[in-house]
Design a protein around this ligand. Structure first.
Ligand SMILES: CC/C=C\CC(=O)SCCNC(=O)CCNC(=O)[C@H](O)C(C)(C)COP(=O)(O)OP(=O)(O)OC[C@H]1O[C@@H](n2cnc3c(N)ncnc32)[C@H](O)[C@@H]1OP(=O)(O)O
Length: 189
């Protein structure tokens, strides 16, 4: 993949790193410690798989939550913890986020998290959404969304919080903020 080849070259990565260094310190201050780690259910397979290449300093995060990588509370919690772990490893300078699912990068917020749930659950869910984008947007790593499938609504939000987006050239793949069609408006935060 051309993207990975570019990132493997040290000069390519340092170029990207220098482009973002001007704003990263300000952004860091915006990160809120809202995420309360959920207990990991070890009976289910991980929804996030991370491959870190020490020689390049680049990690690839594969979203692997069938069928469509919808952003559930568990998924978001796992994603945030993975980003946090990479963030703490100073040798990790770049992060590529991509999907292990065919045709879909992420279907956005998991609709089942927003129907028939208690106010407490909804609160925890929306906090995890906020935590996800703050973590990615405020990351000191160079973040890249390698969008290899459709990415509506929250999937688009996730991609937008990365420093760079590269999307597979396929007319069947859609991306955009369509959530108002579902009657969903992002709450004020
Ligand atoms: C700041 C606020 C930001 C965002 C708000 C939101 O994100 S609201 C969520 C908005 N998301 C959508 O409207 C996406 C709707 N889904 C799709 O457009 C398609 O499913 C998609 C992603 C293009 C994939 O199409 P495909 O034909 O490959 O799959 P299919 O539609 O058959 O779906 C497979 C099963 O996945 C379930 N599913 C799809 N999206 C979601 C979702 N967002 N949350 C939960 N579940 C979702 C779908 O119901 C199918 O389930 P099944 O049991 O197999 O019927």
């Amino acid at each position: 993949m051309a993207l990975r080849a570019a990132l493997r070259s040290r000069s390519g990565l340092s170029g990207l790193l220098s482009q973002r260094s001007s704003c990263s310190s300000d952004i860091r201050m915006c990160v809120s410690p809202l995420l309360v780690p959920q207990e990991r259910n070890y009976s289910t397979p991980p929804k996030i798989r991370v491959e870190f290449d020490q020689s390049t300093g680049v990690a690839v995060m594969h979203m692997q939550s069938p069928p469509v990588n919808s952003l559930s509370l568990d998924f978001l919690t796992e994603l945030c913890i993975s980003v946090e772990k990479l963030e703490m490893d100073k040798s990790c300078r770049g992060l590529i986020i991509t999907s292990a699912q065919p045709k879909v990068f992420s279907a956005g917020l998991d609709i089942t998290e927003m129907y028939g749930k208690s106010p407490e659950h909804c609160g925890a869910f929306w906090r995890s959404v906020q935590e996800m984008w703050l973590k990615l947007y405020g990351s000191n790593m160079v973040t890249i969304a390698a969008i290899n499938g459709s990415s509506p609504a929250g999937g688009c939000l996730m991609a937008m919080t990365c420093d760079y987006r590269i999307m597979a050239d396929n007319p069947r793949y859609n991306i955009g903020l369509n959530e108002t069609q579902l009657g969903i408006v992002a709450p004020f935060w």
